[in-house]
Design a protein around this ligand. Structure first.
Ligand code: PMP
Length: 399
């Protein structure tokens, strides 16, 4: 080997640096996707050793549909009748009845002319933003990483506005208008429900700002799809005012994949120009069929989720915990990272999986436990979680 040159990658050093910055992650295997599951703590061994069953409050399987027998049957039937994989890009020979049927159902759900399924929500965001190729993107500071990545890859000028602050957005648009070319294309992008804060974007005001400047709006409903009828956009009657409605099939719908809904021209453009659609194998037919079945079942699970969310929020607040947001995602904000980690550890000992979220994922001083109850938790499960928080909070000195 020529020792004067070293053109490789020193990944050990990079991993050590991550470790020093407390940013190194590891995998904790879980046995099944369910509200109650056995979770292995130590992934270092080749075969995970699962210990006792725990209550899972960490998944985005909000309606519990990932474990529903009817959804599983739909996936199994599609696997047998259509294929386990699409076998090709949708544009080649991968456009199966499972895709077409799902897309009709999604368009219906979103009250849109047409929908297009992607292999993930991540791929949907990156593909859609780059295919729109905007000159300027206005983006909420807490938007999901897949929006951030799509925005960067698109090469647009990115203007980040304060979280959920429509006034800040309006000011940023006014500032930009002073230097903008008359035919610049502007895209405002926001999550609807924010995953770490459990709050909802001020969509009415955002649409208003968009109308004032003739900009387009794109709303990522990843955490709202299935949980709200037609998403937050649908619930608030804003379907006609949101140009690009995006969602995922992999959270409340318990399947896998992402989608965009909008008008015919938008979807025609995306299926031609979104590289993550064109150059990627079509969504797996079992995932498409599972998502379609889950969409039909979502409404029957919503009340149970709502009941669990209310019971949990009220119980935590009665103990004196600070719970942010106003959705099915409950961030229990405890302040410093050590407190959040201690709570996480103590809850785990009590059989409750509820992850500590710390900087840099969230701002310093707002470390939290992110609680995501599921429709399939029982009242006793919720009470066990509350009892865990009471005992842990006292032990850690938070209550
Ligand atoms: N958007 C948001 C807001 C998300 O939270 C996520 C997933 N964490 C995605 C998009 C990506 O979706 P998927 O997991 O289907 O790739």
């Amino acid at each position: 080997m020529d020792h004067q040159h070293a053109h490789g990658f020193d990944l050990q050093t990079r991993l050590r640096e991550r470790e020093r910055a407390d940013l190194r992650r590891s995998l904790d295997p879980i046995e099944e996707v369910s509200a109650r599951a056995r979770v292995a703590d130590d992934s270092a061994g080749e075969t995970p050793s699962f210990d006792e069953e725990r209550l899972v409050f960490a998944a985005n399987n909000y309606l519990g549909l990932a474990g529903d027998e009817r959804v599983a049957t739909a996936a199994a039937e599609a696997a047998r009748e259509v294929g386990t994989g699409a076998g090709a890009s949708r544009l080649v020979v991968g456009d199966t009845p499972a895709h077409r049927s799902l897309e009709r159902r999604l368009a219906d759900e979103k009250d849109a002319e047409r929908a297009l399924a992607f292999s993930s929500g991540y791929a949907a965001n990156v593909g859609t933003i780059t295919a729109l190729d905007p000159d300027v993107i206005f983006s909420d500071e807490l938007n999901h990483a897949s929006i951030v990545d799509g925005a960067r890859l698109s090469g647009a000028d990115i203007v980040i506005y304060d979280h959920c602050d429509a006034n800040a957005l309006t000011e940023a648009m006014a500032d930009r208008a002073e230097i903008a070319e008359p035919d610049d294309s502007w895209l405002i992008i926001t999550d609807s429900v924010f995953s770490m804060d459990g709050d909802v974007a001020p969509l009415d005001a955002i649409c208003e700002a968009a109308t004032n400047y003739g900009a387009w709006t794109m709303v990522d409903e990843a955490h709202a799809t299935g949980v709200y009828d037609g998403g937050i956009v649908g619930e608030r009657g804003l379907t006609d005012r949101v140009d690009v409605q995006l969602g995922t099939l992999s959270k409340a719908l318990g399947a896998q994949g992402g989608f965009v809904a909008g008008d015919e021209t938008l979807v025609e453009h995306l299926l031609n120009a979104a590289r993550s659609f064109v150059f990627s194998t079509g969504l797996a037919p079992p995932a498409a069929a599972a998502a379609e079945r889950a969409l039909a079942l979502a409404s029957e699970r919503r009340d149970a989720l709502k009941t669990n969310v209310e019971r949990l929020r009220e119980g935590l607040e009665a103990m004196g915990y600070e719970v942010w947001g106003d959705t099915h995602i409950l961030p229990v904000v405890v302040g410093d990272r050590e407190a959040a980690l201690a709570l996480d550890d103590r809850l785990r000992e009590d059989g409750i999986v509820a992850p500590a979220i710390r900087p840099p994922t969230v701002p310093e001083g707002t470390s939290r436990i992110r609680l995501a109850p599921q429709a399939t938790h029982t009242a006793a499960d919720i009470d066990r979680c509350l009892a865990g928080f009471e005992a842990a909070g006292e032990e850690v000195g938070l209550l």
